[in-house]
Ligand binder design. Structure first.
Ligand code: DX5
Ligand code: ZN
Length: 225
């Protein structure tokens, strides 16, 4: 079966002096979602931006908002993010002692629920919520910063996760986040990813529209005869 993969440019790498220009570029491109990175300076060693930027983001974006919460106690904030227009809310398994409850809370808000795991976290940690989630975000860098190098071990984890989902007849989006670009996108899709998050490789490109197009049009090879 041939699966189409999605591209989600990460706004963290956009030019904050000129957000409307970068959003317009993504609106005009073949990208599918906007990836919005929220960092609290506690779960991750960096602070990005928070709820107060959401109205501007919502106004500028003409595509779904994939909100990646790299924060502690996400249960305190998910409702407001949903109200502000998030379409997908992803929490980190490592930050959620009550992960199942957090996922149910997100779904009760009428948005899609995602769970993310860090490169050092085994996929076994999310085994028991696979049935519950709409998206699984496999971090391929340690979260906190854009522009880092892809950790290649993640490819094995993607393959393993895809196999598990197939065995259990589940079809959540498998998203890969961190260090994704033209140099590795094909192997990532081949390993079983559905969504490629790309920050620096898109926004630092000389021709972002073309880079998105190239990421989107990687030859599909998941073909069973
Ligand atoms: C990392 C963020 C990523 C990041 C990706 O903490 O979750 O979404 O913005 O940026 P690049 O593609 O530059 O690694
Ligand atoms: Zn992210």
């Amino acid at each position: 079966m041939k699966r189409e993969h999605l591209i989600a440019p990460s706004v963290l790498a956009a030019d904050f002096r000129n957000l409307s220009k970068d959003f317009e570029m993504v609106n005009q491109s073949e990208a599918d979602w906007f990836h919005i990175d929220i960092m609290d300076g506690r779960f991750v060693p960096n602070i990005s931006f928070g709820l107060s930027l959401m109205p501007a983001i919502k106004d500028l974006a003409q595509k779904p908002l994939d909100v990646h919460l790299m924060i502690e106690q996400p249960e305190l904030y998910v409702e407001e993010f949903a109200k502000q227009g998030a379409d997908i809310l992803t929490v980190h398994a490592e930050a959620c002692p009550h992960l199942h409850r957090n996922i149910q809370q997100i779904k009760s808000l009428g948005v899609k629920a995602g769970v993310a795991i860090n490169p050092g976290t085994p996929i076994q940690l999310i085994e028991d919520v696979l049935e519950e989630v709409d998206l699984i975000c496999m971090m391929s860098v340690n979260p906190g910063f854009g522009g880092q190098k892809f950790i290649y071990r993640t490819l094995h984890k993607i393959t393993e996760l895809r196999k598990k989902c197939d065995e259990r007849n589940l079809n959540p989006f498998i998203e890969v986040d961190g260090g994704v670009g033209l140099q590795n996108a094909e192997s990532i899709v081949k390993a079983g990813a559905d969504v490629l998050v790309a920050g620096s490789s898109v926004f630092k490109s000389n021709n972002p529209i073309q880079t998105i197009e190239q990421l989107k049009n990687i030859t599909p090879f998941n073909i069973t005869l």
